[in-house]
Each structure stands twice: as C-alpha cells, then as structure tokens.
Design a protein around this ligand. Structure first.
Ligand code: GDP
Ligand code: IMO
Ligand code: MG
Length: 423
C-alpha cells in the first residue's frame, strides 16, 4: 500500500505544484482532495510552464491517472478550458477522472463571492465562488457531478434549488438565474464529463488495495484550514492531510506518509494575521519584480503576496495538526543573498510565551521570538547534492528539523522540476 498525502505547511503557495510534479514520476495516480480553482500550482518541466488550478499536478507523467476528488468544488467550464490548454501543449489529458460526488461550482457562486467581497464582510477571497459552493454543499443545495448523469433528475434538482439561490442573489443586489439557463450548461457539461465521472469510493479503494502508488495533493495550507486555521480569513475546506481520507472515502490507516511543503520564508495572500510579516518594501528581495515565474505574485489572482521571515512556530503547528512524516523546503535559493536570516521559534502574547495557536483576532498581538542565523551568501541554485550545500544552509535545514521534529527530505533550489535536492 502506498498512499502519500502532500499538503501546505503555511498559508498556501509553498511550492506544492513543483514537488507533486517531481514526485509524480513514481505515482500511478494523483488526486486533488479539496478546494477548487482558487488554487494556483506552478509547474515548470520539459512540457513548459503551467499554473494549474483544478487539474492535479500529476497530469504530466505519462499514464498517471489524475482525479478531481469528492472534497472539491469544481467549476466545469474552468476544468474544460484548463484541460484544453494543457492538451494544446502536447500533454495527454485522457487520464483525467472526476468524482461523482464532487460539487459543481456554478456561475452564481462566483457572482455571490464577488458581491460578498464588496460587502463589509470581505476577507480577500480569490473571488472564484469557493465559499458559496461549499455553503451550498453544507445546506444541501449543491449539484454534484452525479446529477449530470441523469438529465431529467438534474433538471428537477435545478428547479428545486434555484429559488433559494435567486433569493440570496436578490438580497445581495445580484441578478437572478433561469432554470433553462443553468440546465443548458448542465447538458453541455454532461456531454463533456460523462465518461470521466466515476464513483470515488470504489475507484480509489480498488486502486489503493491493488498496490497502486497514489499521491493526494492538497491545496492551500494549514493556516487556511476552515477549522484549524486563522478563521475567518480561511478557505471553506480542510487542506489538512486527514481530510484526504474523508474526501477519498478510505480509512485514515491506509495513509502511509504525509509530506508537508514549506517555503524557506513565509508568504500569504488575502487578509488576516501574519506574525512574521515584513513591511512591503523590505520584502522586495523575496518578492521580485513580477517578471520571473518564481516571483511572489499570486498564481491565481496575480496579487502581490504578503511576505515575511520564516515562522517555524507556525510550521510546527502545521506538523502537529497534519502529522508530517517528512518536509519539503522550497525556495532555499531565495535566501542566498541574505547576510542574516531571522527565524521565528516562538510566540509571545501579553508578554508571555505561549504554546498554542491563539484565535486570529489575538494573533495580531503576537510578538514573534526570533533567533538570527547566519546566511550563506552563496548561489545554491546549481547544487544537486545535500553535502554540497554551504554549511550555513545545512545549519538552517537542521534548525527546521530540530524545531519541528520532522526530517527534511526535499529541498527546492529553483522553480523547475530538476531544481531539487533529495536529502
Ligand atoms: P503552490 O500553490 O504551493 O503550488 O505554490 P505556487 O506555485 O503558488 O507558488 C510557489 C512559487 O514558488 C512558484 O512561483 C514556483 O515556481 C516557485 N517555486 C517553487 N519551488 C521553488 C524553489 O525551490 N525555488 C524557487 N526559486 N522557486 C520555487
Ligand atoms: P494554493 O493552492 C494562496 C486564500 C485567499 C483568501 C482565502 C479564502 O495555490 O496554495 P477562497 O477564494 O478560498 O474563498 O479565499 O484563501 N487563498 C489562497 N491563497 N494560495 C491559494 O491556493 C489560495 N486559495 C485561496 O487569498 O485569503
Ligand atoms: Mg499557489
């Protein structure tokens, strides 16, 4: 049995796409288990440069199945155009499957998200309709891909659901939708997806039990988990590892390893507390000017990311709630030019060190406890062997391991697939 779950250990955008693309060489299937097209996972490989939003990053490995799982909210139009774009670059997309239980993200979810973000309750979402699709799931007014398999039933479901949707839209000053308009879309999606929709529980359990190597790819990171993150500045799903089993419909005991992906410093997009955040200008060294694929601008929205010093207290919290068996540290090369690196190894609140993650409204008052480590002032981007890394880089990696209690297995030294060191 080989079930690997790979998740973000910070606020998202840690480099998950790059690591999944690398690891997919040895996988039979890669599954996205939550989220929607709010994700932007960057992959740079021999096929080109890609920013994937819904398609799992295993798509580039010949013969590897890719699966949009139950815990996802999928905008079918986005998935159709993403597959077309990938396929236009010569990548085989015939191995894509979609869970019959995945939620269909509708045009009205996007409209509601945009209206919500204009209101006083905005939290800086990606405006892709994610929260509203999950809200429909929770109040049992969502359509799922299984509903596309019987169009008569599908129409009845739309007739039942739409009045609730329209009254919410009206309350927020939005337009209303006709049954026919949504039904036409469903007919189109049914044609496109019919052959890709499978029952997730039998599909995944059979694959796991027959010994296939499967990787579950998380979106976002621990701090944006709806239950365990910086609520309310979170997404509407659970990007933590245990949710892969809920989403996949298999027992947690079948998970064999859990990889946490962290960035060598910290970044976040959207509102909310960020204990080690730097002033915008001071972080320009991390950010870049936006002309390079690895500059710190959102792969989904293009927003300049908020940036800060590495926060190991936060990564340790992520390790606690996820149970990482190994870590991947991306963007080590982006610390090459720093004489000193400030590393957060504790939080103080009201003058006292704390050993828990406080509520988001109190996190603004956190005083990070820093240790300063010596930088290496050497180019690490061409290094491929751990022993060839500068002494100070190794010391930083060891600090991460000692503080979080998790071994570092992968070290990213550039955006491309081959820019990696296996420790
Ligand atoms: P994801 O959402 O976790 O997949 O991460 P994103 O793709 O949104 O953001 C990660 C960014 O870092 C992208 O621009 C990647 O190209 C880049 N990246 C990933 N790993 C490395 C690395 O080791 N070094 C450098 N320089 N860039 C990296
Ligand atoms: P990947 O998968 C970074 C953030 C938004 C906002 C919050 C809720 O590339 O790591 P949502 O649209 O989900 O309702 O927004 O989550 N957010 C992301 N930040 N990377 C992402 O994806 C994100 N997806 C959502 O900025 O704070
Ligand atoms: Mg991203």
């Amino acid at each position: 049995m080989s079930v690997t779950v790979l998740v973000g250990a910070q606020f998202g955008d840690e480099g998950k796409g790059k690591i999944v693309d690398y690891l997919s060489a040895e996988m039979d299937m890669v599954v996205r288990f939550q989220g929607g097209d709010n994700a932007g996972h960057t992959v740079v490989n021999n096929k080109g440069v890609f920013k994937l939003h819904l398609v799992p990053c295993g798509i580039f490995k010949k013969g590897c199945k890719v699966f949009a799982g139950t815990g996802m909210v999928v905008n079918p139009d986005e998935l159709i155009s993403e597959l077309a774009e990938i396929s236009s670059k010569g990548v085989d997309t015939s191995n894509m499957f979609v869970s019959s239980r995945a939620v269909i993200l509708m045009p009205y979810h996007i409209e509601l998200d945009n209206l919500g973000e204009k209101s006083g309750a905005s939290i800086g979402t990606t405006k892709r309709g994610i929260g509203y699709a999950y809200a429909d799931r929770a109040r049992r007014t969502a359509l799922r891909f299984e509903d596309l398999l019987d169009l008569e039933h599908c129409k009845k479901r739309i007739e039942k659901i739409l009045p609730t949707v329209n009254s919410e839209l009206k309350g927020k000053g939005g337009r209303s939708y006709e049954v026919e308009e949504i039904f036409e879309k469903c007919k189109h999606w049914a044609k496109f997806f019919k052959h890709m929709v499978v029952d997730p529980v039998s599909f995944l359990n059979k694959a796991i039990d027959s010994g296939e190597k499967i990787l579950f790819e998380g979106q976002l990171g621990a701090m944006k988990d709806i239950d365990l993150g910086i609520y309310p500045y979170v997404t509407s799903s659970n990007p933590v590892a245990a949710y892969a089993a809920v989403s996949g419909g298999f027992p947690i005991s079948k998970i064999t390893n859990i990889i946490g992906v962290m960035k060598a410093f910290s970044s976040a997009v959207g509102d909310g507390p960020f204990p080690t955040e730097m002033d915008y200008e001071k972080a320009n060294g991390f950010r870049g000017d936006g002309n390079n694929i690895d500059d710190e601008y959102g792969a989904r929205t293009g927003r300049a990311r908020r940036l800060g010093w590495p926060d190991l207290t936060l990564v340790k919290y992520a390790a606690t709630i996820n149970g990482f068996t190994e870590l991947a540290v991306c963007k080590i090369d982006k610390l090459d030019d720093y004489e000193e690196i400030k590393v957060c190894v504790g939080y103080k609140l009201d003058g006292k060190e704390i050993d828990y993650m406080p509520p988001a409204y109190r996190m603004y008052d956190i005083e990070p406890v820093y240790v300063t480590v010596k930088g290496w002032l050497k180019d690490t981007s061409k290094i491929r062997k751990y022993e060839d890394l500068p002494k100070e880089t190794k010391e930083y990696i060891e600090l991460i391991e000692n503080y979080t209690g998790v071994k570092v297995k992968y070290i990213g030294v550039g955006p491309a697939r081959e820019d990696i060191i296996i420790k």
